[in-house]
Design a protein around this ligand. Structure first.
Ligand code: ADP
Ligand code: ASP
Ligand code: MG
Length: 401
């Protein structure tokens, strides 16, 4: 079998852990498999590099950030390769470029356009273990890019797709996908299987156990993922097609996203095209606007509220300053969070949303904004009630049973 394994930051967090990963990879190889390993940077390393950049500038160039951040994964890929070699296993360590990963040019959130599998194939044919630095690629012009936070998951899925791997295993410090983050709710239950669509919603809405774009790509390429633990030898969670899952619960999980900020514009001149201009300007800076609420104010003016990722707030301020003439006042609130309920069962059941609102009311938590889709309900609330909200919802939908 050809197996792609991805080890996250905690799994390669120090030298002993890298040695542990090397032994796991060796065992997989010894069992007669071809192995491609994708690694993240050591845990905390990417955040540290971001802090270092911030020491010099609030808004460093994204091209520079890519050069900086891609270095973390180079370190771990080289170290794992060295460790495996020493154990007697021939390897080839590769950067994103060397692994043939070509992306578009959206620095810091690049999309993989294609993978030339030839270099990896050649190494595998020679019986070598391929160790790839995750989270990075190169544009057609040779510019280094990164794939967004958590992007090593995407590297693994894309490689599994390009090589037609039999398995794509994503290893982290948790032994699968749970009904909610087990760090917030210890009563959370591990799911045996989850559909791509539900996993995509959970991941997009804050459950960082898998990067959302990796799930999107897995669905597109039909790559079945198993989320597993590096430290505990137990079966993980399978992420696959909805048809492969017999039992479809009403609600599969609760997600929490603390990286949210709310922007409130008061007294916006109500003229055709103003929303288009503001949101176009934000989109041009690659800022992901999420929920948008427009309400009628007074004197032909409107109020406009929307949410953006909290870590983009500085850039949002700069963009909004350009529209100063268009509104009376603006307020930025970084202390909000988004809590979401996800489940394919919602498609065919009513009353799921009202239960969420009732639960918030019982806990005296004010809902600031709401959005729904076929399989999710999201609410923006005061960040300080995040964990309370997650636990209350988890119990209201009986996910702890
Ligand atoms: P890695 O660094 O290996 O990529 P991450 O830290 O990105 O790992 O993801 C694993 C973490 O995801 C877990 O430690 C857990 O706290 C968190 N998490 C959030 N939501 C969930 C969930 N629904 N199920 C499992 N883990 C979750
Ligand atoms: N090191 C990167 C991050 O921390 C990518 C990854 O770990 O997947 O976001
Ligand atoms: Mg991750």
């Amino acid at each position: 079998m050809l197996i792609v394994q991805k080890y996250g930051g905690t799994s390669v967090g120090d030298l002993d852990r890298i040695a542990h990963v090397a032994r796991k990879v060796a065992k997989t190889k010894e069992a007669g498999n071809d192995v491609v390993v994708v690694v993240s940077a050591m845990s905390g390393e990417t955040n540290k590099l971001i802090e270092w950049a911030k020491h010099f500038s609030k808004t460093p160039s994204k091209r520079d950030m890519d050069l900086l951040l891609s270095s973390g994964e180079r370190v771990t890929s080289a170290l794992l390769s060295i460790a495996l070699n020493e154990m007697g296993y021939p390897t080839v360590a590769m950067t994103g470029r060397q692994a043939g990963i070509v992306t578009d040019s959206s620095h810091t959130t690049a999309r993989i356009e294609k993978i030339d599998p030839a270099p990896m194939r050649r190494a595998l044919d020679e019986g070598k273990i391929v160790v790839v630095a995750g989270f990075q690629g190169i544009t057609a012009d040779g510019e280094v890019t990164t794939l967004g936070r958590g992007g090593s998951d995407l590297t693994a899925v894309a490689i599994a797709g390009a090589l037609g791997a039999d398995k794509c295993e994503i290893y982290s410090d948790v032994d699968g996908v749970y009904t909610t983050d087990p760090r917030i709710e210890p009563k959370a239950k591990k799911l045996e299987k989850i559909s791509y669509d539900e996993m995509l919603e959970l991941a997009s809405l804050g459950a960082k156990v898998l990067q959302n774009r990796s799930v999107e790509l897995a669905k597109k390429l039909g790559v079945v993922i198993e989320a597993k633990s590096t430290f505990k030898d137990v079966p993980g969670t399978i992420i696959t097609k909805e048809e492969e899952i017999m039992e479809k619960p009403l609600v599969s999980g609760i997600a929490l996203d603390r990286n949210q900020a709310r922007v409130s514009l008061r007294g916006v001149k109500d003229r055709p095209g103003i929303a288009a201009e503001i949101f176009k300007a934000l989109a041009q800076e690659n800022i992901n606007v999420d929920m948008i609420v427009q309400t009628i104010g007074q004197d032909g003016k409107t109020n406009l509220d929307f949410t953006v990722p909290e870590n983009e707030l500085e850039l949002v301020r700069q963009v909004m300053d350009r529209f100063k003439e268009e509104y009376e006042s603006i307020d930025y609130d970084p202390h909000v969070a988004k809590v979401s309920i996800v489940g394919v069962g919602m498609k065919s059941h009513s009353g799921v949303a009202s239960k969420a609102f009732e639960t918030m009311a019982q806990e005296n938590i004010n809902i600031e904004m709401i959005s729904t889709s076929e399989i999710k309900i999201s609410m923006v609330i005061d960040e300080k009630y995040s964990e309370l909200a997650v636990r209350a919802l988890h119990s209201a939908y009986e996910l702890d049973r």
